[in-house]
Design a protein around this ligand. Structure first.
Ligand SMILES: [Zn+2]
Length: 85
């Protein structure tokens, strides 16, 4: 039961967040400023967003790589089954 309670707290935490109009990240509804970009000036914000974009790119690259590996494994399995017959 403890685990379920913890999960619910996570959901609640998620619900208590709003998306920042400046950087697009989520932060607590209770906070006056965004915890990510609230203390950044415009120049810093541009650099921050650039960094986020690069992180995003590397994530999708990793996803594509994983997809490629999964496809390769499937092909290998099919080839293996065909070889057995
Ligand atoms: Zn922000």
């Amino acid at each position: 039961m403890r685990g379920a309670g913890l999960k619910w707290r996570e959901v609640e935490k998620h619900l208590n967040k709003k998306r920042c109009k400046r950087c697009g990240l989520k932060y607590s509804k209770d906070a006056a400023d965004c915890s990510h970009c609230g203390n950044l000036n415009d120049t810093q914000l541009v650099a921050f967003k650039q960094k986020l974009l690069e992180q995003d790119k590397s994530h999708s690259k990793l996803g594509r790589k994983l997809l490629f590996v999964a496809l390769f494994v499937c092909l290998f399995l099919v080839a293996f089954l065909l070889a057995l017959n």
